[in-house]
Design a protein around this ligand. Structure first.
Ligand code: GTP
Length: 179
């Protein structure tokens, strides 16, 4: 091998997308994972943002580009183009706002339309966020049942307390590696 060639510092490179309604906590989940911080006044994402993180999964260094999309309807045409090349998608809802759970079928439809091969090759995980809050309205059972019916994994987390956050990315990564 040419010794002047720079060596990649990872074994795999994955693209992961976070999608879901505005305000469910996509940016906060990502920032908790990459920077281990939380902002009560997190601003709504304009368009698309991304962060890079490398984790070790099954002895392999996996570099992930983590794309945080805007949940607001007005950015939808822009965000749709980011599905291309994504190996993993975290579909996020807020366990304290039922409408964010009820809208999940629409998000899944979007995944099917914009992902190559109708979304069949992309690993999807359903994430119920804000488990730190007391005014929960969607039960874990409901979340699990819906995810199961769509052949998805189900996880719950809180970007505020950080419970369950690393599992979201660890599980996604492990599942993408399996594929
Ligand atoms: P868009 O960028 O508009 O799509 O929203 P988003 O899904 O990225 O939501 P964002 O991360 O901006 O969070 C929205 C609000 O929810 C902010 O006020 C956060 O502080 C709050 N929030 C996010 N995650 C949690 C959580 O786990 N627990 C609690 N209590 N609040 C959270």
């Amino acid at each position: 091998m040419d010794s002047h060639q720079p060596q990649a510092d990872y074994d795999h490179l994955f693209k992961v997308l976070l999608i879901g309604d505005s305000g469910v906590g996509k940016s906060c989940i990502l920032i908790r994972f990459t920077d281990d911080t939380f902002d009560e006044n997190q601003q709504s994402t304009i368009g698309v943002d991304f962060k890079v993180s490398t984790i070790n999964s099954g002895g392999k260094n996996v570099k992930m580009t983590l794309w945080d999309t805007a949940g607001q309807e007005r950015f939808r045409t822009l965000t749709s183009s980011y599905y291309r090349g994504a190996q993993g998608i975290a579909l996020v809802y807020d366990i304290t706002r039922r409408e964010t759970f009820d809208y999940l079928p629409q998000w899944l439809k979007e995944v099917d339309v914009y992902s190559p091969n109708g979304g069949k090759d992309v690993v999807k995980v359903l994430v119920g966020n804000k488990v730190d809050m007391e005014d929960r309205v969607v039960t874990r059972k409901e979340g699990e049942a819906w995810a199961k019916s769509k052949g998805m994994m189900y996880l719950e987390c809180s970007a505020k307390t950080s419970v369950g956050i690393s599992q979201v990315f660890d599980e996604l990564c492990a599942k993408v590696l399996q594929n």
